[in-house]
Design a protein around this ligand. Structure first.
Ligand code: SF4
Length: 307
């Protein structure tokens, strides 16, 4: 018998679809309100959007073209596979309603696309758009992935996110009340956050109506404001070793609602852009290490969850 230690995304997809499903990253050419002055200037201090997209998701290509290329890449191995278009780069709900819907529908009109994942900011979800997304969610798989990043407003201000945690809570509640799957994205290890503060995020977000949670380690990327802060004030940062970070993820998982799907623990930015941490592990190698450590600790999701 395999002991279930945490809810993972591929198991979740298997409960939704009777066939194999793969995400295809799309750069639909949207921009970001935290860069163009509508919410803020300069963007989040850690953001260098070059890190977002695989080769096949270049924004001069249409959504259909990017899907075709992505599908060609995967279908070679699994011809019967179906696909979820993952609107990943920048803020994928930030445009005129008709432009947004045109891009989403372009993806959904592909015969092998069975759903959408839309990555966005919590301050960028008007009700008119939610009305349309609710209609889409009745026909297709739809997950809205909100970048919460931290539950601490002081941290959010320091990293220039341009929104508060309360705004994230309100938007997630508004989205989930339409029976649309909601995901939360958090960065573990932001400057000024102690281990205790990070673990408190798990307790806080466990009260939200979330379906998925995506974690990633703080990555310091070249040509960002955070890279400059690291050079000038290194004392603001705790650069986790891989083993420290693994234990942090497991501590986080133990405090997390047992029903949330833990989609990932790490993210890999291109090596040539990354300053730290340089762990040199592929995602699957990291996951294998996490699973080994979970076993050693006798750990499981929700072990320390407080209702
Ligand atoms: S991380 Fe997202 S919200 Fe922040 S500046 Fe970059 S694209 Fe905009």
């Amino acid at each position: 018998m395999i002991l279930m230690t945490y809810c993972n995304f591929s198991d979740f997809l298997q409960t939704v679809f009777p066939f194999k499903v793969q995400k295809i990253s799309i750069n639909a050419g949207f921009t970001c309100p935290n860069r163009d002055g509508s919410k803020g200037w300069g963007g989040c201090t850690y953001c260098n959007n070059q890190t977002f997209s695989p080769q096949y998701a270049a924004n001069e290509k249409s959504v259909s073209q990017q899907l075709e290329e992505g599908i060609r890449f995967f279908s070679y191995k699994y011809p019967a596979m179906k696909y979820i278009a993952y609107f990943q780069a920048y803020t994928n709900t930030y445009d005129a309603l008709e432009n947004l819907l045109a891009k989403y529908n372009e993806a959904l009109n592909h015969p092998d696309v069975v759903g959408l994942i839309i990555g966005t900011r919590p301050d960028c979800m008007p009700n008119e758009l939610l009305d349309e997304l609710e209609k889409i969610s009745k026909k297709y798989f739809l997950l809205i992935e909100y970048g919460i990043e931290s539950t601490c407003n002081e941290t959010l201000a320091f990293i220039n996110r341009g929104h508060t945690y309360e705004e994230a809570v309100e938007t997630i509640q508004r989205t989930a009340s339409r029976k649309i799957y909601c995901g939360a994205h958090l960065i573990l290890g932001l400057p000024g956050e102690t281990r205790e503060m990070i673990l408190a995020h798990a307790e806080q977000i466990s009260h939200l109506p979330l379906t998925t949670v995506k974690l990633h380690q703080l990555q310091l990327i070249k040509n960002t404001r955070m890279a400059q802060q690291l050079a000038e004030n290194p004392e603001l940062f705790h650069l986790y070793t891989v083993d420290e970070y693994i234990d942090l993820c497991i501590d986080f998982m133990e405090r997390l609602h047992p029903d949330f799907i833990l989609e990932r623990f790490v993210s890999q930015s291109p090596k040539e852009l990354l300053i730290a941490p340089a762990w040199g592990l592929k995602n699957y190698e990291f996951t294998a290490k996490v699973n080994k450590r979970i076993k050693e600790r006798g750990s499981y999701q929700g072990k320390l969850w407080i209702r």
